[in-house]
Design a protein around this ligand. Structure first.
Ligand code: FAD
Length: 498
């Protein structure tokens, strides 16, 4: 331990400061046990991935601080109030955040989430992209619609490829590119309508943002692991989270408010205890390295005031501007649960279902049918994304559920009504104060290196690093991207903190 570190250890004030009290008057004897090799902020996939890797690399004193009263962050599996038949392939539980493992294998090998699903005892079932689409009246789309849809999507890909090769402007949105495409030839009304529907369904919903919000040149990156099928962890993502958390020290209800990296030797991490023992108190900890996995939406909210207080020294203007320039997308789920899937068994036969909405594309129109997957749960999920999803978060659960049931009702013959669901769950990720959104996207205006500029490590010795889905250059927005970002930060910091 060098001289400056000795001094800092002697300065360690205490683990918990009662709220409002000044540190020096409450200072206790030096408490080396409150100095950590590595403090990880956040217990999502990034934080847990970082902790696992750091431990494997021999980092001894690792502490994970988590503001929520649970671990897992944007992965959370909730039990359902239904009894399934014996020998059902999966338990009655549903993921409110991440659900899919995107491409279990590919040229890069096995997706780390698929490996975790196996190691944790969850296992997984592979899924297909098979889907049905219906017009706004609930009539199945014609072959002509389907063929035009596929044809226009293929033409879009060619056009978009040329657009990318033609010096695209960072100020273009995907909507701008679509508008240019539409002007490029005398397309029929059907051709324009199918392409717009395709872009909303296949791109905007996936990236959790509107076409007008998504960057033209930087949106359609390959976020997938490879070419294998997607999969669902059979027991839900929380099984993977519990497995990763085994033998880690995690303090839940500990919210970090302040990260001071001005001393080159130790980082000072402070915050509040939100619930449980010590509720209302503040805490002060020191660490040789810190991995900050606070989600993008949370970081943006912290940086919004004229004089932000999260970091000391304050972030460089260019770094702060890059964080603010990124987009935090929104994908919400309306989860509809019945005791069994009999009412839709002859009608909705594929996993995916689109019931087009003639007035507002993509609103209460995309559904997923878990009964048609390997987990065989009697559950339909309605997805909303982007600014529409945000606009409905303020509505009551009852209104949101009824709007999600409306289009489904139109699929039934006249005189038949949908039995009421026995359980409904409505997510509101934009209102969640520990993320303010679902996952990051490249917002119109970003440039090639915005993401790497935004999440460069801090301090002369770079003792404070960033991890989380929003920091991963190849696989942002995903659980595996989050996990890999944590692993990479642990590998970078381990030699410095051991
Ligand atoms: C609805 C939805 C569907 C999704 N679907 C998929 C999918 O199918 N497949 C897929 O791969 N990905 C999916 N994702 C994305 C995936 O969930 C995320 O990319 C991933 O879980 C993010 O992990 P993370 O560790 O970066 O962040 P988080 O899981 O958000 O972890 C960060 C943690 O930091 C904590 N925290 C925040 N502020 C503080 C603070 N001040 N002090 C202490 N702790 C703090 C938070 O509470 C949180 O637990 C989905 C996300 C959502 C919301």
């Amino acid at each position: 331990m060098d001289e400056s570190m000795h001094k800092l250890v002697a300065m360690v004030m205490l683990l918990v400061l009662p709220s409002g009290m000044l540190a020096p008057s409450q200072a206790q004897a030096p408490a080396p046990s409150n100095v950590y090799d590595l403090i990880i902020i956040g217990s999502g996939m990034a934080g847990l991935g970082a902790a696992k890797r750091a431990k494997e690399l021999g980092v001894a004193k690792i502490l994970i601080l988590e503001a929520r009263d649970r671990i897992g962050g944007r992965t959370i599996t909730q039990p359902l109030n239904i009894t399934l038949p014996p020998n059902s392939p999966a338990p009655a539980a549903i993921d409110l955040g991440a659900a899919w493992i995107h491409r279990i294998s590919g040229a890069r090998g096995f997706n780390p989430m698929a490996k975790l699903a196996n190691d944790s005892g969850s296992g997984y079932v592979t899924t297909t992209e098979a889907g049905l689409s219906f017009d706004p009246k609930g009539v199945e789309d014609t072959d002509q619609w389907d063929k035009t849809y596929e044809d226009m999507l293929a033409r879009w890909e060619v056009y978009y490829g040329k657009y990318l090769n033609g010096n695209p402007k960072d100020t273009d949105s995907l909507q701008t590119v679509y508008d240019k495409f539409v002007q490029s030839a005398p397309w029929s009304t059907l051709q324009k309508a199918t392409l717009l529907q395709a872009l909303v369904t296949e791109i905007a919903m996936d990236y959790a943002a509107d076409l007008s919000q998504l960057s033209g040149p930087w949106s359609q990156e390959d976020y997938n692991w490879g070419n294998g099928p997607d999969a669902l962890p059979s027991r839900g993502y929380s099984t993977l989270v519990s497995y990763l958390a085994t033998n880690q020290t995690i303090w839940t209800n500990y919210a970090v408010d302040f990260i001071n990296y001005s001393n080159p030797a130790l980082v000072d991490v402070r915050g509040r205890i939100l619930k449980g023992t010590g509720q209302g108190s503040t805490f002060v900890l020191l660490a040789k390295g810190v991995i900050n996995t606070m989600p993008l939406g949370y970081l943006q909210a912290q940086l919004a005031p004229a004089t932000p207080t999260l970091f000391k020294p304050a972030l460089a203007t260019s770094q702060s501007a890059a964080i603010k320039a990124m987009g935090m997308g929104l994908l919400n789920k309306v989860i509809l649960v019945w005791p069994n899937s009999s009412w839709w068994s002859g009608i909705i036969t594929t996993p995916w279902l689109t019931i087009r909405n003639s007035t507002s594309l993509g609103s209460f129109s995309e559904y997923y049918n878990l009964a048609a997957t390997g987990v065989k749960l009697p559950v339909l999920i309605c997805f909303n994304a982007g600014s529409f999803a945000k606009s409905v978060e303020s509505l009551s659960d009852a209104v949101i559920v009824s709007r999600a049931l409306g289009p489904l009702q139109r699929l039934l013959p006249a005189g038949k009504t949908i039995p009421p669901p026995v359980q409904t769950i409505v997510t509101r990720w934009a209102s969640d104060p520990w993320t303010y959104g679902s996952y990051s996207y490249n917002k119109v205006g970003v440039s090639y290196n915005t993401r790497s500029k935004a999440f460069a490590a801090l301090g002369t010795l770079k003792r404070v690093g960033f991890a989380g889905e929003h920091t991963h250059l190849q696989f942002p927005s995903t659980a595996h991207g989050a996990y890999l970002s944590g692993v990479a930060e642990a590998e970078r910091l381990a030699p410095l903190v051991k």
